[in-house]
Design a protein around this ligand. Structure first.
Ligand code: PGA
Length: 238
């Protein structure tokens, strides 16, 4: 059976190594036979945390060079990372990342041996506008990319950090749409994993997996609360 991916996106939390180590220990303990836990802490804590399910929250699109403040995907792999979140909507909105640069990052991440967790998601309400945005994001970021090695995170912008999670039926509709785009991009599009993210908690997690049939979840706020995270893992493992 395929494992359910539960990806913890800690964002810019916590702010001390002691707290990071403690949270990491509590988080990895929740993994069971049915789940694969991936923890994505701030860069500075990565070397302190050891485990197969370690991910970064970003990387640069070159492997080395004069790029002040950027982080090489090769260096991430070297310190034990196997995953990298790319194109998170907070980076798109606050830092102005666009899908052309995100594509470059996806490409080099795979080359470096990292599994990219590509975030896509619309701001618009309404099927026509939403699907148009999703299609454009995916085609820009994924054309010519080996799709079997990619995790796509569907994160509708209205649901991120708002407590206003996406209605499950709508999320399911979008998951099917995303799969069709992936299939249109290449036959191995059927192998890419699709996870849901946006205000996931212990009460709604199960429906995204068992009803909307996502391959996993990308969890922000709730990944910082050990009890809530545990409740999510337990709910999807039933
Ligand atoms: P949230 O964040 O679970 O706090 O909504 C999800 C994300 O930003 O990936």
């Amino acid at each position: 059976m395929e494992k359910i991916f539960i990806i913890a996106n800690w964002k810019m939390h916590p702010i001390s190594s002691g707290e990071a180590k403690k949270l990491f220990e509590e988080t990895v303990k929740t993994e069971n036979k049915k789940t694969k836990i991936i923890v994505c802490p701030p860069f500075v804590f990565l070397p302190l945390l050891k485990g197969k399910g370690l991910g970064a929250q970003n990387c640069f699109w070159e492997k080395e060079g004069s790029f002040t403040g950027e982080i090489s995907p090769i260096a991430l792999k070297e310190i034990g990372c196997n995953y990298v979140i790319l194109g998170h909507s907070e980076r798109r909105k606050i830092i102005g990342e666009d899908f052309l640069s995100i594509k470059k990052k996806v490409k080099i991440a795979i080359k470096a041996g990292l599994t990219p967790i590509l975030c896509v998601g619309e701001n618009e309400i309404g099927d026509v506008a939403a699907t148009k945005t999703l299609k454009k994001q995916m085609e820009t970021a994924l054309s010519g990319i080996p799709l079997a090695q990619v995790i796509v995170a569907y994160e509708p912008v209205f649901a991120i950090g708002t407590g206003n999670s996406c209605p499950v039926d709508l999320a399911m509709k979008r998951r099917i749409f995303i799969r069709n785009i992936l299939l249109g991009l290449g036959s191995r599009g059927k192998e890419a994993k699709i996870v849901y993210g946006g205000s996931v908690n212990g009460r709604n997690a199960e429906e995204y997996i068992h009803r909307a049939r996502f391959d996993g979840l990308l969890v922000g706020g709730a990944s910082l609360k050990t009890k809530e995270f545990k409740a999510i893992v337990e709910a999807v493992s039933k």
